[in-house]
Ligand binder design. Structure first.
Ligand SMILES: Cc1cc2nc3c(=O)[nH]c(=O)nc-3n(C[C@H](O)[C@H](O)[C@H](O)COP(=O)(O)OP(=O)(O)OC[C@H]3O[C@@H](n4cnc5c(N)ncnc54)[C@H](O)[C@@H]3O)c2cc1C
Length: 445
């Protein structure tokens, strides 16, 4: 199986690269280690059937013409109703009680002052040295936030939404990159599944994909041809160009050996960029014991800006709660058994709905993205001292342009679409860019 171009990975970036190459006369194949496509956009159709639940991405962020995936979704959306998650939000204190208006007002005011403080650090030219969000806000937090009580819990809850979004703790997140590259605009929850959408896009384009093919080594020492070794093939694959779209977590774990080794600047960028962790704890109940008009609830807590702080509620007949857990708490849960985690969740639910009799779940699925050897995490974030310049290095070609890099962590601004990182559409955009680079190298007369 030799080809002009080999694409490693059939997630959003690999699929986009392949679609782009279809407009050329180059031969190409995608090599994918899993027995399915979509990577971190994966819809589970079995566990909660007939309901479909995404184990990875579920929202098309910045949904609109500025999003590269918008037109793909519009052309294929026949399966999707217009249901959007994000209606009524229930805000609960640690014991399940509602907050007073006064506490909410006070907490909001304090939160805005902290936010403004971080924002002024970010935009200040004097702030030469980067610091973590935790360091930047520590002094103003200690000064403004009471030591305990509902206002403290609420400020923590408001602050937690940024940690939630970046899938990392404030102690890891760069202050200089506060809010940089965050998806802007409305989010569209894909009812039929974001993973399912990627599958339909790939099917429509009839892409050549070899599943169950783990790439283990890429050798570029021969200037005439690149040699690729896979786990299921004793003979080597040869190509002229390769597009690598494996997750940042896999690059950090050096799951592919490069010969010659990657240049220092690339290795450093890989090491420095953060790989966040978001897991989904998806639980189905025999009855809906919460108010079925509530689309999600957020929960304030005395510890660490919240534990089970955000849950999406899928109403009857689905009766499903989807907890999104992130950062260090998500890492801690990953090493527990399913039974231990479910016990924690049930204890939590019985605490916040004390007046309800809550039945045991009928089905559940808990993701462990940090332990997935084909991902090693959920999506990238800006750790201290990284920024768009780090992404530029992650995206920069190597081996005289014969090796191209793509993925959610390697999306540079194309000057056309709104720039973002960490998202499915960022990955898609990066794949198109990598393929276009190859096209301009090999397809000019
Ligand atoms: C829980 C969770 C929630 C998320 N929520 C959202 C959301 O709502 N909206 C959003 O836009 N984004 C979200 N994301 C992020 C989004 O899923 C990713 O940014 C995006 O899917 C990454 O696409 P990619 O092509 O860069 O990588 P991937 O999708 O990971 O694709 C890389 C592929 O490479 C394969 N691979 C790895 N190693 C090898 C190898 N050695 N040989 C061959 N194949 C290999 C992998 O199996 C994988 O299929 C979420 C992610 C998670 C985990």
């Amino acid at each position: 199986m030799n080809a002009d171009v080999i694409i490693v990975g059939a997630g959003a970036a690999g699929i986009a690269a392949a679609i782009e190459l279809q407009s050329t006369n180059l031969t190409f194949v995608i090599l994918e280690a899993r027995d399915r496509i979509g990577g971190r956009a994966y819809t589970d159709r079995e566990t909660f059937a007939p309901a479909r639940v995404d184990l990875g991405a579920s929202w098309i962020h910045s949904y609109g013409p500025q999003n590269i995936l918008y037109s793909f979704h519009q052309s294929l959306k026949s399966e999707d109703t217009e249901r959007r998650i994000g209606g009524t939000q229930l805000c609960l204190d640690y014991d399940g009680k509602r907050f007073s208006h006064e506490a909410m007002f006070q907490a909001r005011d304090i939160y805005l002052q902290i936010d403004e403080h971080i924002e002024s650090y970010r935009s200040s030219k004097e702030a030469e040295e980067d610091q973590s969000i935790q360091q930047i806000m520590q002094e103003i937090y200690d000064r403004l936030v009471p030591n305990n009580g509902p206002v403290k819990r609420l400020v923590d809850l408001y602050l937690s939404s940024s940690e939630q979004y970046d899938a990392a703790d404030f102690a890891q997140l760069s202050g200089k990159q506060w809010g940089v590259g965050a998806a802007d605009g409305g989010d569209f929850w894909v009812p039929s599944g974001y993973g399912n959408l990627l599958e339909r896009i790939a099917e429509k384009h009839n892409l050549p994909i070899e599943l169950n093919t783990l790439v283990t080594r890429i050798d570029t020492t021969d200037p005439e041809r690149i040699e690729i070794t896979t786990s299921n093939n004793s003979s080597k694959i040869h190509c002229r160009r390769v597009i690598i779209t494996i997750p940042l977590g896999c690059l950090k774990h050096e799951t592919i050996t490069f010969q010659p080794p990657l240049p220092d600047w690339k290795r450093q960028a890989i090491d420095q960029m953060g790989m966040g962790l978001m897991n989904k704890l998806i639980i189905k109940f025999p009855v809906c014991f919460w108010n079925e008009n509530v689309a999600c609830f957020v929960h304030a807590c005395n510890e660490r800006r919240g534990r089970f702080r955000f849950a999406l509620c899928l109403p009857p007949p689905e009766n499903i709660l989807i907890f999104l857990v992130t950062g260090s708490f998500a890492h801690e849960l990953e090493v527990l058994s399913d039974t231990e985690t479910i016990e924690q969740i049930m204890k939590f639910l019985r605490q916040i709905f004390p007046e309800k009799t809550i039945p045991d779940p009928t089905h559940y699925r808990l993701t462990r993205w940090a332990h997935d050897p084909l991902s090693y995490g959920s999506y990238s974030y800006f750790s201290v001292n990284t920024g768009p310049h780090t992404i530029e290095l992650l995206a920069r070609e190597t081996s005289d342009g014969r090796v191209q890099w793509a993925g959610e962590h390697a999306n540079v601004d194309d000057g056309i679409h709104q720039w973002s990182y960490g998202c499915v559409h960022s990955a898609f955009q990066s794949g198109q860019r990598a393929a276009k680079n190859i096209q301009s190298q090999l397809c000019t007369s």
